[in-house]
Design a binder for this molecule. Structure first.
Ligand code: FAD
Length: 453
């Protein structure tokens, strides 16, 4: 059976290894339009902060890894069209410009997304960067080491913008973080949490411009010099734009059904409208369990789970079990604060039209007899739940101490539709070196239920 995979990132990689491990009679080929195979953008901040071996190691796999398993990987090969009747794709060699038709029995699309640049006056000035993939990583690193670049404006305070802010601040640059929303990480965390994030950023001399309307880039001699927002000019020798993404699906228009924003439409079995053509990764809208609807979730974790599902059901005539869905979990450090967030929060629940309430809980990690200087650090929790049946819809944990693994407990509770009552009495360990007589999430759920302690 001939299986063609488009895109060599998380989705493509997971599909290939799952196929080659699970089946013996498969001919697996990955086509990748880019030159460098499988740069892992998730490791970009670590690379920028010199915490990795080399840039070329920041990747999901080397082509040899898949070749050793019996698969094929072609970089600089862009898939430009699908002929569903002939079951062929057109593959263009981007080095010599030639194209060939390649047969497939099954086709897996994981063509991902590209950062969306702001269509503002001055967009064509030099030193307006993005943060995704190998080539941008190279450019960002060079900018970081360039003494002529002192003022950096990061636009967009999602997790990519925050990673850029932290890396460039640590490199000694003066960073201004701008967003049209009124607080950083607004789609990830509730305001009770982001107020600590704002303090943390400001205590590291990051200038915040939240809730601003960005109108143009200003420049001199072809290079950007400032970003204008609400009539204020924020000086910028470099701009890093992290304001969202657009799916790499232009080449599918007219063949594969796309939504208005260009996301690939998939059924509950991750099938497209074409027979034997599946789609996974950032370019689709997977089923979101707490939202009970399909929506974009741009995470490597999601792409990998989708790939695993598709491979498991690829040879069933009629897929038996729909894709279970995801909750969307992420974690991040913001200087000395570390947080993990999962599922819905007040803002995303509202956007998804899901009735939800969020409870904020604040405490110390360990029993009161342990002084703060000995590691009894503050911890913050939010739990978002359905006010009628108490189903947990998401939540977050944050502390200067690394409590991010507790975020995975919330993720499991969300995906398994546990209730506040379940979490309030769940049997978690107690050891005063780590936590309290009742564990952090027990206490947070009890607080949401109004239990007196
Ligand atoms: P993508 O990674 O978008 O890659 C698609 C690939 O397909 C590209 O290599 C592209 O060149 C290729 N391609 C596109 N069209 C074609 C074509 N027609 N023919 C051939 N090849 C094609 N996620 C997490 O879970 N945790 C993290 O910590 C995390 N950190 C991140 C940090 C940054 C800075 C960024 C940018 C992203 C981060 N993500 C993280 C998100 C994660 O990187 C994505 O969710 C994941 O890469 C999506 O994988 P994908 O397979 O959908 O495609």
């Amino acid at each position: 059976t001939k299986i063609v995979i488009v895109g060599a990132s998380h989705g493509g990689h997971e599909s290939a290894i799952e196929l080659l491990q699970k089946y013996s009679n498969v001919d697996v080929t990955i086509y990748e339009a880019g030159d460098f195979v499988s740069f892992m953008s998730c490791g970009m901040e670590l690379f920028l902060e010199d915490q990795v071996t080399t840039q070329d190691d920041v990747r999901n796999f080397k082509p040899e890894d898949i070749i050793k398993m019996g698969g094929n990987v072609y970089n600089n090969h862009e898939v430009t069209a699908i002929d569903a009747d002939k079951k062929q794709v057109t593959v263009k060699n981007t080095i010599n410009g030639t194209s060939e038709a390649v047969d497939y029995d099954k086709l897996i699309l994981s063509s991902g997304v590209t950062p969306r640049s702001l269509n503002l006056p001055g967009n064509d000035l030099e030193n307006i960067y993005e943060m995704r993939g190998y080539d941008w990583a190279t450019k960002l690193k060079a900018a970081m080491n360039n003494d002529a670049i002192q003022n950096v404006v990061v636009i967009g305070s999602g997790y990519i913008g925050i990673e850029a802010t932290e890396a460039f601040t640590k490199a000694g640059k003066q960073v201004t973080l701008l967003d049209s929303m009124d607080r950083p990480l607004a789609t990830y965390l509730d305001p009770e949490m982001t107020k600590y994030i704002e303090k943390e950023l400001e205590s590291h001399q990051v200038k915040l411009g939240m809730g601003v309307n960005i109108t143009s880039y200003l420049g001199e001699n072809g290079k950007v010099t400032a970003v204008e927002a609400d009539g204020t000019q924020f000086p910028a020798d470099l701009v890093i734009c992290a304001t969202g993404v657009i799916p790499n699906t232009d080449w599918l228009k007219g063949t594969v059904n796309l939504d208005q924003r260009g996301f690939i439409e998939t059924d509950p079995y991750l099938r497209t409208n074409l027979p034997d053509v599946y789609a996974i990764g950032d370019a689709i809208k997977p089923y979101n369990i707490p939202a009970n609807q399909q929506m974009p979730i741009a995470l490597a974790t999601t792409a990998r789970r989708e790939a695993q599902y598709v491979v498991d059901h690829l040879f069933e005539n009629q897929a038996s079990v729909p894709f279970a869905g995801v909750v969307g979990s992420s974690a991040l450090s913001v200087f000395d604060l570390k947080f993990a967030a999962t599922g819905l929060n007040s803002m995303t629940a509202k956007r998804a039209n899901v009735s939800a309430q969020t409870d904020f809980y604040q405490d110390y990690l360990r029993p009161a007899y342990v002084p703060v200087k000995n590691g009894n650090l503050p911890v913050y929790v939010t739990i978002t739940y359905n006010p009628l049946n108490h189903q947990i819809l998401g939540g977050s944990v944050m502390s200067p101490y690394d409590v991010t693994a507790q975020g995975n407990v919330l993720a499991l509770a969300t995906s398994k539709k546990l209730t506040l009552e379940d979490l309030a009495s769940a049997d978690f360990f107690f050891q005063p070196g780590f936590d309290r007589q009742w564990s952090l999430l027990n206490l947070a759920a009890q607080n949401a239920l109004g239990w007196e302690r």
